[in-house]
Design a protein around this ligand. Structure first.
Ligand code: N01
Length: 541
């Protein structure tokens, strides 16, 4: 029996997959979406840990493709919490009747390119096989949670959680002794909330993080109105910015301001909340001296907030520039260490040696816990793509091709994998921007490309090797002109043992990246090669 056919298979029903489905359907492409989860929402479906919240303002972290949608939806807070964002995803799915084309609870296990038919053979864990002209990996950048391979992991008998794969039923920590391992964005958001409920929380920190207060507030009608009245214009402005978001980004160079001026500016932006502080000076992420002034400001804030100077000193990041590991945004994180039911363990001083039946042991102490929360991050940007057995031309495996780090043309496609697209793949601005803006841009680019191919009788598209090599070189060059590579971050693959250390996202900014992508199209898809449908049909005969 021959496999079922469709035009497009989309892997993932997060914000990227949902918008893709909506557009593909409107353009008349037959489309199937496969999603491991039981509902839409992607990252907001999985990351339902206590305190999970977006650090891009909700008026900006939302779809712009439908004026009706953006007018009708009301956010209750300036920075929305995970349940509300998930509710929004559900609303979008209902409104555009998306679920009928999504197979939930279904994981795509392999995608093999058939050079005879120039189509992809896709299989799922439900045993289904499907032949598709195009495959779009809308699998998210931070979607493969990683639990470190601690010795004795299986010996531990208590409850185990991972922030990136949180249970759907309510978790009650009341009265419990809880360990949280990891102090990235997830840990920093979860710890204050868990500490309010638990009997005692022990935080295991490997690297101290810079974190800025969200200064979150209820949404006011006036503020929402100021966006809704101007949405088309404001969304257009957002698309042109480096971050894909409107905010205060100064053009002043940091050392042109006096010390007093810098202090005033940092104070003002600290009070403004969110990531505003990083926009204080234009050269914040390229000039180490300027960066150090902001880093020291934040260190002083931490020392002011945390009562015990020894604890404060442990919480202060000293070894890398601020912003080079993804900046965290918190609600009461440092204040939490003033509670008498919270303790901090610096595992650089006293490493975790192993888990035990009742807890864990560091080099100096044994701890007992009712629950251990891993807030230990993700195999970012490539981990989820590698979970699918992807084979392109000549049986080339994506995993092998990217052995020394991801190689893409614009983070959209990779040479030897014709007709396979990625949404916000490595080599695109993705995680350095407001994801909604980057997702919409990629979805629009991909769908426009498919229409171009249909209109022109083209069967396949793939990047040329030289064009891809040039792009990869450019991505690296731009990254190495900044301070970012100075930190052992997940942007660099540094959190996963054995992962190549390559700065994966494109740091050139969402606005200029969009211009580059548009120009490539205007220049006849420069750097891509197409095969006409007729040539492909002849080859298959
Ligand atoms: O993961 P992380 P995350 N032993 O990788 C530690 C987005 N996000 O889930 O720094 C001990 O940042 C690790 O230590 P170190 C956002 O883009 C956004 O928190 O590697 N510790 C680190 O402290 C974010 O950046 C939002 O030394 C170990 C922590 O675990 C991304 O998701 C909210 C360890 C992992 O931090 C990931 O954030 C949440 C080990 N073996 C997430 N391995 C918002 O929008 C790792 N660690 C606000």
């Amino acid at each position: 029996m021959s496999a079922k056919k469709c035009d497009v298979v989309i892997v993932g029903a997060g914000f990227a997959g949902m918008y893709l489905l909506h557009r593909m359907r409107k353009l008349g492409f037959s489309t199937r979406v496969f999603e491991t989860g039981t509902d839409v929402g992607g990252t907001w479906y999985w990351n339902r840990y206590p305190g999970a919240r977006c650090d891009v303002e909700s008026m900006q972290y939302s779809y712009s493709f439908s004026e009706e949608l953006q007018q009708e939806w009301n956010w209750s807070e300036v920075f929305s919490a995970q349940p509300e964002i998930l509710e929004y995803a559900g609303h979008v799915a209902d409104r555009f009747d998306l679920r009928r084309d999504i197979d939930f609870n279904t994981t795509v296990t392999s995608a093999h390119y058939d050079e005879g038919t120039s189509r992809w053979d896709v299989t799922t864990d439900k045993g289904e096989s499907l032949s598709a002209q195009y495959v779009v990996m809308a699998t998210g950048c931070i979607s493969t949670a990683q639990t470190p391979d601690f010795k004795g992991l299986d010996d531990y008998k208590g409850a185990v959680y991972h922030t990136g794969n949180w249970p759907h039923e309510k978790v009650d920590f009341t009265g419990q002794r809880v360990a949280v391992i990891g102090t990235g964005s997830s840990g920093i958001q979860a710890i204050p909330v868990i500490a309010e409920q638990a009997g005692h929380v022990t935080v295991f920190q490997r690297t101290p993080n810079y974190s800025l207060p969200a200064q979150n507030a209820p949404m006011t009608e006036d503020y929402a109105r100021s966006w809704k009245d101007e949405y088309p214009n404001l969304r257009e402005q957002m698309r042109q910015t480096a971050k894909g978001a409107l905010g205060e980004f100064s053009d002043v160079m940091g050392l042109e301001a006096s010390q007093a001026e810098r202090a005033t500016e940092y104070e003002r932006r600290w009070a403004l909340g969110g990531t505003a502080l990083l926009g204080s000076f234009r050269d914040m992420m390229v000039n180490r001296d300027v960066n150090e002034t902001a880093a020291e400001f934040v260190r002083d804030k931490i020392r002011d907030i945390v009562h015990d100077p020894k604890v404060a000193d442990k919480l202060v990041a000293k070894d890398y520039p601020i912003g080079t590991k993804r900046i965290c945004v918190d609600s009461g994180y440092f204040e939490t260490f003033n509670r008498n039911n919270v303790a901090l363990v610096d595992i650089n001083e006293t490493p975790i040696e192993n888990l035990t039946a009742n807890g864990l042991a560091t080099s100096t102490e044994e701890f007992e816990f009712d629950a251990i929360v891993f807030a230990t991050g993700f195999d970012a940007m490539t981990g989820t793509l590698f979970k699918v057995d992807i084979e392109g031309q000549g049986g080339a495996r994506l995993r092998d091709k990217w052995d020394a780090g991801p190689r893409t043309y614009f983070g959209l496609m990779s040479e030897a994998f014709p007709n396979m697209f990625m949404v916000t793949g490595p080599g695109s601005p993705s995680v350095l921007t407001n994801m909604m803006v980057s997702i919409e841009q990629h979805v629009d680019w991909i769908t426009d490309c498919l229409v171009h191919m249909r209109d022109n009788g083209l069967a396949t598209i793939a990047p040329e090797l030289q064009a891809q090599d040039d792009w990869v070189e450019h991505v690296n060059e731009v990254a190495h002109g900044t301070l970012f590579p100075l930190a052992a971050s997940w942007y660099m693959g540094a959190n996963i043992a054995g992962k190549p250390r390559i700065f994966m996202p494109y740091i050139g900014g969402a606005g200029s990246y969009r211009e580059i992508c548009d120009k490539v199209v205007a220049d006849g898809y420069d750097g891509f090669s197409f095969e006409p449908a007729s040539a492909q049909a002849t080859a298959a005969e």
